[in-house]
Ligand binder design. Structure first.
Ligand code: BDR
Ligand code: CA
Length: 333
């Protein structure tokens, strides 16, 4: 089987770290590198975190490239309140020694696209690096096979304002540029689908019981995130947005949606909003597949069994037990 070649553009970040783990535990993917953008934390912190995660999973062979520190026009607003002072839930894992990240995320993206056919990008942070690459060399960017973006919200409310999702809100000008100028397959994995992906207290308890290094790491880095979710919105567990973009890229049957023209609001009260033109007011060609439905059980199964394959049987038992798995229960939305 030919592996699908990808670059992950990210801002690690707790859920970014989970996404990196899932990608590197998936045989279908050939991860060419990680490019780091400022978002959850400044890119310099994010790059150190990327190295920490790569070390934990024994994949320091994957190169890490850092992008510019600031969004295209807006001042950077980070999310240490959500991801912790260190961006990894205040676990303060030791700094990785002996391997460094490199400068030049945008150059790495463009060079990789020139050298490789069929390369895709999964972008799970603000779209600054992608927009800058587009600004630098549009033609090369249009060689991109697919761009899967975690960001935006269609029918769902936002997480930075009623209408804006964090990644688009941090750098709305970048998102606006990418959606309007890439002219390539974009998939929007927005809050409509990612809000359905909850690492519940039951799953966390199961992970604790495994006494497995990666399971322990997941519990450790999500603890702060869980506390944030309770304090912020009185929800139990935590929503893990970013790994859904990876899972969807591996198996597109996990989500479904519709194609629309999507624009991003760059100023005013609705700054950062993804404006999905369902009513065809703009009379513009669709530029994006907007995902609206997700099979959260299929996601959880992929996510947990790939990260902790040694406990596949226990994971499936828990996932298939309606007492423990919310995915087996019927809720009114
Ligand atoms: C997105 O914002 C970040 O906090 C997460 O890492 C995710 O990419 C969700 O809105
Ligand atoms: Ca992210």
């Amino acid at each position: 089987m030919d592996k699908k070649k990808i670059i992950i553009d990210c801002d690690p970040g707790i859920d970014d770290s989970l996404a990196i783990m899932l990608a590197l535990k998936s045989d279908e993917l050939d991860v060419k590198g990680l490019t780091i953008v400022s978002g959850n934390v400044h890119a310099s912190k994010g790059a150190e975190n990327a190295l920490r995660i790569l070390k934990e999973i024994g994949r320091l062979d994957i190169p890490v490239y850092i992008g510019d520190g600031s969004p295209l026009e807006r001042e950077l607003i980070t999310a240490e309140d959500t991801h912790g002072e260190d961006g990894l839930g205040e676990t303060f894992l030791p700094r990785v020694e002996g391997v460094n990240y490199k400068e030049g995320a945008v150059d790495f993206i463009l060079k990789s696209l020139r050298e490789e056919d069929e390369l895709s990008i999964i972008a799970i942070g603000p779209l600054t690096n992608i927009a800058k690459a587009l600004e630098t060399d549009k033609e090369t960017m249009r060689k991109l096979k697919e761009l899967v973006v975690m960001g935006g919200a269609f029918k769902s409310f936002g997480n930075c304002s009623q209408v804006a999702e964090f990644n688009f809100w941090v750098d709305p000008h970048a998102a606006e540029k990418v959606f309007n100028e890439l002219h390539r397959n974009i998939t929007m994995v927005g809050l409509d689908v990612t809000r359905e992906i909850v690492l519940t207290p039951n799953y966390i308890e199961m992970l604790k019981q495994f006494k497995h290094p990666l399971a322990d790491l997941i519990v450790k880095i999500t603890k702060f995130y869980v506390d944030f979710h309770w304090a912020q919105e009185r929800t139990l567990g935590c929503v893990i947005n970013d790994p859904l973009a990876i899972a969807y890229f591996i198996d597109s049957s996990i989500c479904s949606g519709e194609e629309y023209y999507v624009d991003i609001v760059t100023e005013g009260k609705a700054i950062g909003m993804s404006l999905v033109d369902e009513g065809d007011f703009y009379r513009k060609e669709a530029n994006c597949l907007v995902l609206t439905e997700v099979n959260s059980k299929a996601f959880m199964e992929m996510f947990l069994t790939r990260l902790i394959p040694e406990h596949k049987k226990d994971i499936l038992n828990v996932l298939n037990n309606p007492k423990y798995s919310y995915q087996n229960q019927k809720f009114d939305k």
